[in-house]
Design a protein around this ligand. Structure first.
Ligand SMILES: Cc1cc2nc3c(=O)[nH]c(=O)nc-3n(C[C@H](O)[C@H](O)[C@H](O)COP(=O)(O)OP(=O)(O)OC[C@H]3O[C@@H](n4cnc5c(N)ncnc54)[C@H](O)[C@@H]3O)c2cc1C
Length: 462
């Protein structure tokens, strides 16, 4: 049964804020198109948008199982941040450092390109490029931050204009009580995610793209997508189903679906913002292993997210798994610990969503011109900008155009498959337990936890 509008709204603060959740009709029966895109999140819609720009006469159909932005694209933290969604060393091994470094720069440029489309298409999604402040709250966090910065400087992946900060410099940006140091990078924009993805869908439609909601693709094959509403035949089929990819017959991706959770406060009064000093548009995170990420919303809330929800063996994608009181409580504790100025402000929204993690935590884009089949995903939770790059890459590949996006090292990248269940389940929950334990140890002792080393082969880069 399709999700009701109230149910969709309850999936995130961002969806709840939409004034209009008008639904689009489902696929009415068998159909044909020039290109069919499966999944109306940011990846699928950026692909459709750029294809519609490149081939204005192409008949492009997008199929979405629920509604536009129902997945991670309508629930995320609203960070359009730079940086490769994956491990630069993994890409450099196959594609070389020159292409990998060019890709790092591409992620920075992509933020401005998103901003440009947002302006051109009049997508009102609160886009403000205010940068990111990373706060290291204790000595081990500071050590990780400084080491990461030095290693990125050596490799050349360090973001231009970013710098390490002394504690007083951090406090001059946001007044946090415990700080050992920090880092600032200008390469991040704050957005309202649901408004971005739904505004993009409207921009696609203005260019002739047809979007069908409540239409579930059961299989994708050469020249045909079989859905629960009919078959769509098209010479080009692009799949953008991220965490759900394992459910679509014919999809080759092997992802670990991980849940990220968020909370949002009520709008905070101006005095609290004056005390915090937190400028509009600045995104803030810490350097715990299970780090938090936060934004100041235009109406003065703090929206904060983090990981750590248990992976459910039998239903890793179920909606109930995306609601975890333990993680919400941890986030609320972190919120009041880092930003005591919020006092007893109410938490008005709690939600979660799933993201897709490949075995090497590195994204990929594929397109085979012989079969017309393409797919992209595996952003490991760093997907707002990555979805732009991947969608643009898919569009250029499908339009047979060589570009920086088709030359990026994630094009053609294959991650090895995750171990079968229950090993995947055991690995996912061990990661959360070990990282949580390591953070608690570092918070209480101010000493570096070494227990994370045992999980190094399955941990994210950095
Ligand atoms: C809580 C949370 C916070 C996050 N915060 C950030 C952040 O601040 N910054 C950042 O860069 N990234 C963040 N991410 C990750 C980012 O949101 C995702 O990587 C990105 O949105 C992925 O976009 P997508 O279009 O590939 O996937 P999705 O947005 O998940 O879209 C996939 C779509 O496919 C549809 N679908 C699935 N199966 C089918 C089918 N069989 N037939 C038809 N349709 C189907 C789904 O309903 C869904 O709408 C966060 C993720 C979560 C969950």
């Amino acid at each position: 049964m399709p999700a009701s509008a109230d149910f969709v709204r309850s999936r995130s603060l961002w969806l709840d804020e939409l004034s209009d959740l008008a639904e689009r009709p489902a696929l009415p029966g068998d159909a044909t198109a020039d290109v069919v895109v499966v999944g109306a999140g940011l990846t699928g819609l950026w692909a459709a948008y750029h294809l519609a720009v490149a081939r204005p006469h192409a008949r492009i159909t997008v199929l979405e199982r629920e509604v536009v932005g129902y997945g991670a694209s309508g629930r995320n933290g609203g960070w359009a941040g730079s940086g490769i969604a994956g491990n630069p060393r993994v890409y450099a091994k196959a594609a070389g450092w020159d292409r990998t470094l060019a890709a790092a720069r591409l992620t920075e440029a992509a933020i401005d390109e998103i901003g440009q489309v947002v302006r051109d298409e009049k997508v009102e999604c609160d886009f403000v490029k205010g940068g990111t402040l990373v706060v290291a709250a204790n000595a081990p966090q500071w050590r990780r931050l400084a080491q990461g910065f030095e290693s990125a400087t050596r490799l050349g992946t360090v973001e231009p204009g970013s710098s390490l900060l002394a504690p007083e410099e951090v406090r001059s940006m946001v007044d946090v009580p415990r700080v050992a140091g920090g880092l600032y990078t200008p390469h991040c924009a704050r957005i309202q995610p649901a408004r971005l993805v739904r505004g993009l869908a409207e921009a696609c439609e203005r260019r002739g793209v047809v979007i069908h909601e409540h239409t579930s693709a059961l299989s994708v094959e050469r020249g045909i997508v079989v859905t629960d509403r009919g078959r769509v035949r098209a010479p080009q089929v692009l799949r953008a189903t991220e965490a759900w990819s394992g459910q679509v017959a014919g999809a080759r991706a092997s992802y670990l679906p991980l849940t990220s959770m968020m909370i949002a406060t009520e709008p905070l009064p101006p005095e609290v913002w004056d005390d915090l000093g937190w400028p509009d548009g600045l995104t803030v995170r810490d350097r715990r292993h299970l780090f938090f990420y936060a934004q100041r919303t235009p109406d003065g809330r703090i929206a904060m997210g983090g990981r750590g929800a248990p992976y459910r063996l039998r239903a890793p994608l179920a909606e109930f798994g995306q609601r975890d009181q333990g993680v919400w409580d941890r986030l609320e504790h972190t919120l009041r610990e880092y930003f005591p100025q919020v006092g007893d402000a109410r938490i008005t929204h709690r939600w979660g969503g799933v993201l897709a993690v490949p075995r090497d935590w590195s994204m990929s884009v594929h397109y085979d011109p012989r079969t017309g089949l393409g797919a992209a995903g595996g952003y490991s939770g760093h997907g707002v900008v990555a979805a732009y790059l991947a969608g643009r890459g898919l569009a250029d590949l499908a339009a047979d155009r060589r570009s920086d996006f088709t030359e990026a090292p994630w094009v053609g990248h294959r991650s090895r498959r995750w171990e079968p269940e229950p090993l995947r389940y055991l690995a996912a929950n061990a990661i959360v337990r070990v990282l949580n334990g390591a953070d608690a140890y570092e918070d209480s002792t101010n000493r570096r936890a070494r227990r994370t080393r045992i999980l190094a082969p399955v941990l994210p880069p950095g």
